[in-house]
Structure formats: structure tokens, C-alpha cells
Design a binder for this molecule. Structure first.
Ligand SMILES: [Zn+2]
Ligand SMILES: [Zn+2]
Length: 380
């Protein structure tokens, strides 16, 4: 959320590039941004693409809508207050030293059980049924249009596009900078066989040179058969989208990845709402739910979850385990950097839910036991 506010409102001046009907940025010095910066903001759906996506029942009055009314900020809070608060000093928002990480050779990874590798924040790799999935990869080291903004914590960006093997399926939940990274997409372009994404995102991807035949857009509740034994279903999330100041022009989703033997919930970004129960009833139970549990704040309570809500969401989904993500790499809110995982563990104890807490890059299966490895403590 906050990635959109200060980036677009404070740190950059925005102008409309008529040619691309797109929002572009001028830098601090007032120089016209270079071509890279122009590209990075992407391209909103237009022409036939816009015609197609506007048929979606989730597209109303010129933008995609959440299932429930979802104001960006709490009642009585102004954007100026949010911005003022954001730039105040808050304790421990970044780690005091380099984060530990495990460098895994993903090329050689093989397992009869599904394996997940978390890269920090919301980027992760899934090896399942001999297929390789990559979700929301951000390896450029920052989650913003300019490289001096929203930098990754030391130790959290040790995986680069080069370390990623050929990917069967790339899944993109929504177009925010901390999930859809121009540089990473460009670098992975030839390694990825197929891309499954939320409605509208293909406009960015095509603009960035991705072959449109590789891209399959999905609306909420669409199901695609990926392999004889693997199905992917897009489902609602409570959030928003946008890389410029215009919001809601592309859809935001969660995904259900179901094989003959396993069932995974890939949460994307979402605030808490009744959709988790609905998805749990329709598609649960899940072996694991991968849910955002960081970058929350009381000023924007509906578009991101508090850690306790993430635990409740996993229970609503009927998940046997939770992997809390959206933390450990970028500071997009004001809470201490490791507070999300601590609060998740605390709440999970009371609801008797298993929480998976791998180090960045550490492969794990559904049975891996992480008790006693509180790697987020005592960082020096
Ligand atoms: Zn987001
Ligand atoms: Zn996010």
C-alpha cells in the first residue's frame, strides 16, 4: 500500500506520456526519466485488451473492484497523515545486520514431495510433480521504479534471475512493484515456458517484450488445466493494483494450485475478509497456505492483514500449515522488520496451527520441522 503513496506522491513527479497513455516519472532533478524508467511503470490495458477485461464481472465503473467495499485507508486518516507517519523514525524497521540465507541449487533440486523455497517478501519457488513454479519473483534488489527506493535488506537478495532454472509456470498475482519486477521479468523472459496472471497484467508483459502466446490471464474462479494432474484456479483477494497513480486497472488474485496429491493456496496480497472462508469451503483443505503477514498498519487495515488475521485466514482456508510471507526483504510499512513472524507464531499457538519459518532460500517440504530455528533473532 504505502509503496504506492510515497513513491508516487512524494518521491516522484508524475506526468502523462500521451504516446503510451501511461504514467511516467520525472526524477528529483526534473530530468526526463530514461527509457528504463519509462518502461518500468508498464502499460495499462487499452484497445482490445481493455475491451476484453472490462467484460469481467469484477470490472465496474472503470476499475476492478473488491468483493466488499475496501477504502485504502482507515476512516479519519488523511493521506498526508499517512505520509507524515511513514517518514517519522520507527524502531527496528530494518535488520541490524545481514540476514542469513541458504543458497540452493534449484537446477538440481529433485524430490518426490513438493518443495518450496522462499526468497524473502512474496517471491517463492515451488517444485511439485516434477514441475517448477515461480511466484511473484523480485530479484532486482528493490521494489520501486527507482533503484534508490525501497531497497532489499542485506542478505535478502542473494538469489538473482541467473540462479533460477527453466521455469514451467510463472504465476503473477498482481502488478505492484514488490510482486511484478520489470528487470526480473526481462531477465527471466526466455527461461519461462508459460505465464499465468491476473486479468490485465498481460498489457505490462507484452509492453516489456514477452511473447503474448506464453501468457494466460485469469479472472477470479477461472480454472486452467496445466498438466493432466495439475490444476490452477484464480480466486479473489482483497487488495488493489497499480504502478502509477491510476489504480485498479489490472486485477489482483490469489491462486489455488492443486495436483492429484496436494493442494496449495498462494495468497498474493490480501486484507482479511470472508473470501478466505468461501475459498476454504470450495477448495480446501490445503496442505499449506502461503499468506501475506507483513507491511500492515492500522491506517490501512483492509488491504493488508495483521499477522493475527493471517493466522485466522489460514484457519478459515482449512490449511494444515501457514507460510507467512510479505516480510523479510522490503520495508513498506513502519513495524519492526521481524514483528510479522513473531506475531504469527504467537497467534498460531493459540489456534494450534503449524507455521513454516524457513530461512531465505532454504528448501522445505510440508513435513519440515523448523522449531527452534528462530533465525530472525540475534541478527548482527
Ligand atoms: Zn500489493
Ligand atoms: Zn505486496
Amino acid at each position: 500500500m504505502i509503496s504506492v503513496i510515497p513513491i508516487n506522491t512524494i518521491k516522484s513527479f508524475v506526468y502523462r506520456n500521451e504516446k503510451h497513455d501511461n504514467l511516467c516519472f520525472l526524477n528529483f532533478a526534473g530530468n526526463k526519466a530514461n527509457d528504463m524508467s519509462l518502461k518500468i511503470t508498464g502499460k495499462l490495458p487499452s484497445g482490445k485488451d481493455l475491451e476484453r477485461i472490462s467484460q469481467s464481472p469484477n470490472y465496474k465503473e472503470g476499475a476492478f473492484q473488491n468483493l466488499s467495499p475496501t477504502p485504502m485507508k482507515a476512516e479519519g486518516i488523511s493521506y498526508w497523515k499517512m505520509i507524515r507517519e511513514f517518514f517519522k523514525k520507527h524502531p527496528d524497521t530494518t535488520p541490524p545486520g545481514k540476514l542469513p540465507f541458504v543458497k540452493t541449487n534449484l537446477e538440481k533440486l529433485y524430490s518426490s514431495q513438493p518443495v518450496i523455497v522462499w526468497f524473502g517478501h512474496s517471491s517463492y519457488f515451488i517444485y511439485i510433480e516434477n514441475k517448477k513454479f515461480l511466484i511473484d519473483p523480485v530479484f532486482s534488489g528493490n521494489a520501486a521504479p527507482f533503484s534508490f527506493m525501497v531497497k532489499s535488506f542485506p542478505g535478502s537478495n542473494e538469489y538473482k534471475a541467473n540462479d533460477i532454472p527453466a521455469i514451467d509456470y510463472l504465476i503473477l498475482t498482481h502488478d505492484h512493484y514488490d510482486h511484478l519486477d520489470f528487470k526480473t521479468i526481462r531477465e527471466l523472459k526466455n527461461k519461462v515456458k508459460r505465464i499465468y496472471c491476473s486479468l490485465g497484467i498481460s498489457s505490462h508483459l507484452k509492453y516489456w517484450g514477452i511473447d503474448e502466446n506464453k501468457i494466460i490471464e485469469m479472472d477470479w474462479w477461472d480454472t486452467q488445466l496445466l498438466e493432466e494432474n495439475i490444476k490452477l484456479t484464480a480466486a479473489p483477494a482483497r487488495h488493489f493494483s497499480g504502478r502509477g497513480i491510476k489504480r485498479g486497472q489490472t486485477l489482483w488474485s490469489s491462486f489455488i494450485l492443486k495436483t492429484a496429491r496436494h493442494n496449495l493456496y498462494l495468497g498474493g496480497d490480501s486484507g482479511y475478509d470472508s473470501h478466505f472462508k468461501e475459498i476454504g469451503n470450495k477448495y480446501g483443505p490445503f496442505d499449506i497456505a502461503i499468506l501475506e503477514a507483513g507491511q500492515y498498519n492500522k491506517m490501512w487495515p483492509l488491504i493488508h492483514m495483521m499477522p493475527e488475521e493471517a493466522v485466522q485466514a489460514a484457519v478459515d482456508l482449512k490449511a494444515k500449515a501457514l507460510l507467512p510471507v510479505h516480510w523479510g526483504k522490503f520495508k513498506l510499512s513502519m513495524h519492526p522488520w521481524n514483528e510479522p513472524v513473531k506475531r504469527v507464531l504467537e497467534k498460531a499457538k493459540t489456534l494450534n496451527l503449524r507455521v513454516q519459518t524457513p530461512r531465505i532460500g532454504e528448501p522445505f517440504t510440508f513435513n519440515t520441522d523448523f522449531s527452534g530455528s528462530d533465525w530472525w533473532e540475534n541478527i548482527e
